[in-house]
Design a binder for this molecule. Sequence first.
Ligand code: GLN
Length: 537
Amino acid sequence: MSDTKYVFVTGGVTSSLGKGIISASLAKLLQARGYKVTIQKLDPYLNVDPGTLNPYEHGECYVTVDGAETDLDLGHYERFLNVHTSQANNVTTGRIYQNVINKERRGDYLGKTVQIIPHITDEIKRNIKILGTKHNFDVVITEIGGTVGDIESLPYIEAVRQMKWELEPNQAIVIHLTLVPYLKASGELKTKPTQHSVKALLETGVQPDVIVLRTEKELNQDIRKKVALFCNVDIKSVIQSIDVSTIYEVPVKMQEEGLDETVMKKLNLPIDNKPELKEWKTFLDKLKNAKEVVNIGLVGKYVELADAYKSIIEALTHAATYNDRKLKLHLIHSEQINHKTVDEKLSGLDGILVAPGFGHRGIEGKLTAVKYARENKIPFLGICLGMQCAVIEFARNVLGYQEANSTEMELHTPYPVIDLMEDQKNVTDMGGTMRLGAYECKIKKGTKAYEAYNKDLVEERHRHRYEFNNEYLPAYEKAGMIASGHNPETGLVEIMEIPEHPWFVGVQFHPEYSSTVLNPHPVFLSFVKAAIKNKKE
Ligand code: GLN
C-alpha cells in the first residue's frame, strides 16, 4: 500500500459553492509547502466525458495535454497549481460503468453477479487510488461532484466510506463544504442547512473531518461552536470561506483560517515550514490594485453563461494583470451582431476576441465582428472557430470568394477554405474523436506569433475537426494574410495573421487552456498589450 494521503471534498446544501476552488486552494497551500499534490474530479453524470455536452449544460469543456475532454474544474486545478492534469483527473459515472460493463463482457468477473457494491464502488476506488500508486502523488484531493443526498452521488460516497475504513487512520479525510445563508430580514446567519447536510452525510456512514462554510458575512465564535457541536468536529476544523472579489484570493483566506494546518495535522503530515506564496501574492496584489482598464470584447454564442468561456476569461485576466491593467470584459452575443448593429456593439473596445464554437448559429455575427476588427485596425484574437471565421472573412471580403465557407457550415461551398481533416472523414462516433490534446507548432520568425512566443517550437492543445485548407494558402499569403505557425509533422496551419494590421492573429488551437497564474500565456499577453497600445493611440 502506498503512503499517499487522500482528501475527499464533498458538498452540501446547494451546488455551485465552489468545491473546485476550495480543493484547488488547499492543493496550492500544500504544494507551497513542498508536497506533490494533484486534484481529481469525480462527476456523477452518465456521459462518458463532457465532450458531447452543450456548454449551456456544464460550461466549457476543458482539454488536457493528453487529449482528455474534461470538467472545467480541471482548468482551475491547472491555473492554481501550474501542473498538468490528465484523463485520470476526471472520471464520470459513465466512464465507471463503461469500464465495469466492458470487464463483465470480457468475463473478468468470473460468473459473479455484477453489482453497484462491490463492483462499481471498487472501480471508483481504483480510479482514485491510481493517482497515488501509479502517479506517485503525496496527496490526492478528490472532489466529489454534486451534492450529498443526490441519488447519483451515493456510490461515490460509499466508495469514500470504504476507503476511509480501509486506509490507515491518518491517511484519508473528508472535507465537507456547505453554505451558511444570511437572512437579511432577521439579520441572522443560519446553520440549520449545514446541520441537515452533515446529517445526510452521517446517514451514509461518513463523518466529515473538516467543515468549510461558505458565507457572505463573518462567522462569529458562537456560530463556529454551534457547527462544531452539531457536526462532531473540533472548533479548529470549522473553517470560514467568506465571499471574496477574486477566486485567486481564496488560498490566502484559507491559509488565514488554517485550513492547510488543520488538514496536515489530521493527515499526520509534519508542519515544519510555512507555505511559499510570494509570487502568488504578487500576482494578487497586481490584480487587486490595477487601476487603468483594458476593454476586451468577447464575441461568442454562449455568452448567457460566462462559464462557457471560463478559461478564456481567466487567461484574459492573467494577461491584463501582468500588463498592469484591470480587465473590463464585454460579453457580446454573436447573434446580435449584424452590419447595422456592429458599430454600436463593438466601437470603443480596445481588443476583440472571437470565441471557439461549433455549428452555424451566430456565425454571420462572428464574421461581421472579424471584418470590423480587421478594417478598423482593432487588435483581434480568433480562437479555433474564431480563427476559422477570420479565414472565411478574409476569403469573402479580401480575396473576393464571396461564397467561401467552412464545410462545417456549408457542405457544398465552392470555396471550402476551412475543411474537414482527412482523418475525420470516416468518423461516425462524436464522443472523443476530434483532434484533441497537445500538438507541436512551428513558429515563423519575424511574425506577431514569434514576437509573442519568442520561440521556434511550441506545444498547444487542440479540440476541433476542421482546419485551414492548404490549397488556398498561396492566395492568402499573396493578399496579406500569412501562416505564422504550422504543425511540423502534418503541415496543418495552426496560426494565421495579418502583418499589416497592428495585431490580428487567429489560432487553430486553444491557448486559453494553458494560461496559469504563474505562467500567463504569451499569446494572451501580446494580445492584451496590443489592445492597451490601441487604446492609447
Ligand atoms: N467547429 C470547429 C471545428 O470543429 C471549431 C471548434 C472549436 O472552436 N473548438 O473545427
